[in-house]
Design a protein around this ligand. Sequence first.
Ligand SMILES: NC(=O)c1ccc[n+]([C@@H]2O[C@H](COP(=O)([O-])OP(=O)(O)OC[C@H]3O[C@@H](n4cnc5c(N)ncnc54)[C@H](OP(=O)(O)O)[C@@H]3O)[C@@H](O)[C@H]2O)c1
Length: 330
Amino acid sequence: MAEFQALVVNKTETGFTVDIQTMKIDDLPKGDVLIKVAYSSVNYKDGLACTPNGKIVKTYPFIPGIDLAGTVVSSSDSRFKEGDEVIATSYEIGVSHYGGYSEYARVRSDWIVPLPKGLTLKEAMVLGTAGLTAALSVHRLEENGLSPEKGKVLVTGATGGVGSLATAMLAKRNYDVVASTGKQEEHEYLRALGAKEIVSREDVCLEQIRPLDKQYWAAAIDPVGGRTLATILSRIQYGGSVAVSGLAGGTDVPTSVFPFILRGVNLLGIDSVYCPMELRLKVWERMANDLKPHQLLESIAREITLEQLPQALSDILKGKLRGRTIVKLS
Ligand SMILES: NC(=O)c1ccc[n+]([C@@H]2O[C@H](COP(=O)([O-])OP(=O)(O)OC[C@H]3O[C@@H](n4cnc5c(N)ncnc54)[C@H](OP(=O)(O)O)[C@@H]3O)[C@@H](O)[C@H]2O)c1
């Protein structure tokens, strides 16, 4: 344990670097729990963190990785002890506190979720922040009145991390899922996750968006945002909701007040980063049970090594990855 490997990003006057470096435990930031990391994962935000102008990382040099799962090595908080299997995602992890692309991580105990019964550390990272975000989206939609008999539910960016898991979670809960994707070759994958219908990315991202269009879907889970979100809002059924979590398609949303004031459409913001611990624990328990049998998670996952990570981080920003990419660290 004296030395270990980690992916380090650095920005200096001479340029920006992303490489694997040998680190010491003393190099890790303060925290009350030291974890031997088994798996991390690749998220869109991690891709941004590994670009010079991604505006994610606060200070350099830095170890990115917003997700990690592993085994407690030592803890000064009595809630955790050596040998406990744990998950730590979001908060400051991989943003202003060294993250999961490291064989060891030291984090604050308040950021840690005990591994729910029935999940392995690997499965926990197939879910990771993407799973938490998808599950929070389903939770918020149902809190706002969604149930399977209300109608079809659209998932955008459906072959991505959030999209794949949202598709699978909704299908398991007996929803009729309409999956939108830009990947023609992945229709079979989406059907295997439970999508009943597949539409193209362009079908849900119009050049000319009417203030109100035909009412296609009872609800939508949207990690794409931008013009796609504006198109969806004009096509949601009366009283329906859109859970928006992402910006893969852009940040500007050219919409109007009409879906809200004439159709009572709800726009639900989803944030996994500061999601309160009580809800976080509830949602992790729900993910462990809802997606059984977990073979489905295998079909969503691709496992890579630390050496393969820089390429995957570049690919996710180009929308090239399918499902979830997990990084094996030990
Ligand atoms: N709010 C939160 O707490 C939270 C948590 C996690 C993630 N997010 C955000 O959610 C988004 C998705 O994250 P992720 O980890 O699932 O990323 P991802 O795996 O890269 O998935 C994004 C998917 O969006 C689609 N896409 C990519 N570029 C697009 C474009 N220009 N226009 C339309 N669709 C495009 C692609 O799916 P298809 O090819 O199938 O169309 C892509 O696979 C990101 O913006 C991320 O920052 C937010």
